[in-house]
Design a protein around this ligand. Structure first.
Ligand code: ACM
Length: 537
């Protein structure tokens, strides 16, 4: 349990404040050398196929590769708008860096294999929703999948087979056959503690897509701000959204902006999970509508970083009319399966009230045709049939709390794993990190990677694990640069934990493959942390 999330240390600001770069960057410029010549040589020796992250299920490198040129076209299965759109996105990603025209056609008819072909194969059901096969030889590349999402994931592998920044633009020859280990591979962004624009989130979506993340969980509401317009409750956004940690102006997204973001993510086969955190973490709502408070008095807006002090008034009927209004509108904006209802750190709600509240609210989610997702404190109530809980405990979490999750798993509740001392992206890498918090300890890149989701939580076997998610809380994160410094490279490790087979998870091999991603991240302008435990090229 955390009572207070620390703001960035004053001492670090004093030491580094005058520098143009953060302490983390300044220090890591030195320590990047500590990967040592052996590590760097190990990276240089990796083949193009060995550099792919997440590690594919199987690769068979060999034969001549294909070199993209002025005549290269990208052709997609006739009649599939999804396949054509994947082809367009691939060409859009490659045109700026290669300078090639890469025309896209919605027909893969014609003789010859020259160029790139994206094929949907109705008989390739074994690939499932996201699997694919990629074959490259001197004539071109053929990407085959059962579903457009599989083509999109395979297109990310194609992108990683191309040199990151300089031609010749040769795709290495060989075959990749690939399916994911887990169906849920997520990242969460807290846009409530600090507001982020839709453009900033789209940029993060693009970065996540390259590593086959398929879920973006948006923490839309908290004590410090309400970020999504709700037409039936306009003050939530207009008043409750106009604040954030530290006293900045905050902000909110209109429903049109939100739909646009959801559609943008959807084109990249990333499902958006909206979170409305209730019954705690609700000061912004309580400040906006007095009737949601048991005493009928609206509190002031809040810009600090404490947690656990706010609660909707469980006995009042107005509370359920409110929750129903909000969930109805959010569900209507959500093509995805899940509505996340938070449920964490409700320290100002009695246990009895918490259970009563969840008994009323979970059916509202089902009534809107959606599935409940909630933080694992939902196991302190009765998870609805089909509900999914998100575990965010850590090594010091009590055995009883872990056992409650295991009991729920035994009863059929699926679990998304987000252990805070492994995969919370807001945890500092080490004591030199300026941005971030450390209430769950420091999380260096190695610690973020070296755990097995299928065997992590006692009593929660792999069959009960829906997948993994890397949350980024933003009490200390105010802009895109800070976001990228904390997320990258650790979110890439989370992507591999979610996608790659257990047998492929090996730190010594991963650190080399991750290092090989450095030039690609540089070419894309991702401002990642050059972690000292990785031998960056
Ligand atoms: C959480 O970190 N309160 C889910």
């Amino acid at each position: 349990m955390r009572l207070l999330r620390a703001l960035r240390p004053l001492a670090a600001l004093l030491v580094c404040g005058a520098l143009a770069v953060s302490c983390t960057e300044a220090r890591s410029a030195d320590s990047a050398k500590s990967g040592g010549p052996a590590g760097v040589a190990g990276v240089a020796a990796l083949s193009a196929h060995e550099r792919i992250v997440p590690a594919p299920a199987s690769t068979a490198p060999g034969g001549p590769g294909y070199t993209l040129g002025p005549g290269t076209a990208v052709r997609a299965t006739a009649g599939s708008a999804g396949a054509k759109r994947v082809a367009e996105l691939l060409a859009e990603a490659w045109r700026p860096v290669t300078g090639l025209p890469l025309p896209v056609s919605g027909s893969d008819a014609g003789t010859g294999r020259d160029g790139l072909r994206l094929r949907l194969d109705g008989n390739a059901g074994a690939f499932g929703e996201e699997g694919y096969r990629l074959e490259v030889d001197e004539d071109g590349a053929v990407l085959t999948a059962h579903r457009p999402a599989g083509l999109f994931r395979g297109a990310q592998t194609l992108r990683q087979l191309l040199p990151p920044a300089r031609g010749p633009w040769t795709l290495a020859g060989g075959t990749v056959t690939d399916t994911p280990r887990f169906g849920y591979r997520g990242a969460m962004l807290d846009v409530a503690r600090h507001f982020f624009t839709v453009e900033q989130v789209k940029k993060y979506v693009d970065q996540l897509a390259l590593y086959k993340i398929n879920t973006l969980h948006l923490h839309l509401t908290d004590d410090q701000g309400w970020r999504i317009a709700v037409a039936s409750r306009p003050r939530l956004a207009s008043y409750g959204g106009a604040s954030e940690v530290g006293g900045g102006p905050g902000g909110h997204w209109t429903q049109e902006q939100y739909r646009d973001l959801v559609a943008y993510a959807g084109e990249r086969y990333i499902e958006v999970v909206p979170e409305i955190d209730v019954p705690g973490h609700t000061n912004a709502a309580l400040a906006s509508y007095a009737e949601l408070n048991c005493n009928g008095i609206a509190p002031a807006r809040y810009t600090g970083v404490k947690v656990g002090f706010s609660s909707l008034c469980v006995p009042k009927e107005e509370t359920y009319a409110f929750v129903d209004d909000v969930l109805r509108e959010i569900a209507a904006l959500t093509p995805g399966r899940y509505l996340h209802i938070g449920g964490d750190e409700a320290h100002s709600t009695s246990r009895t009230d918490y259970r009563a509240f969840m008994d009323r609210v979970q059916p509202m989610v089902a009534d809107r045709g959606k599935t409940v997702l909630a933080w694992h404190q939902l196991t302190g109530a009765q998870p609805a049939p089909g509900a999914v809980v998100q575990y965010w405990g850590h090594d010091r979490t009590t055995a009883a709390e872990k056992a409650a999750v295991a009991d729920a798993a035994r009863a059929g509740t699926k679990v998304v794993l987000s252990p805070a001392d492994r995969i919370y992206l807001d945890m500092k890498y080490d004591r030199g990190t300026v941005i971030g918090t450390a209430w769950a300890g420091y999380v260096p890149v190695r610690r973020a990677y070296e755990w097995d989701p299928g065997a992590y939580l006692p009593g929660v076997p792999e069959e009960s694990v829906l997948g993994v998610e890397a949350p980024l809380w933003t009490e200390t994160v105010t802009n895109g640069r800070e976001l990228e410094q904390l997320a990258f490279p650790r979110v890439i490790g989370a992507a591999e934990l979610g996608w790659s087979k257990a047998a492929a998870l090996d730190w010594d091999a991963y650190r080399l493959r991750l290092a090989a991603q450095g030039p690609r991240l540089d070419a894309l302008g991702v401002r990642y942390f050059r972690a000292p435990d990785v031998p960056w090229e």
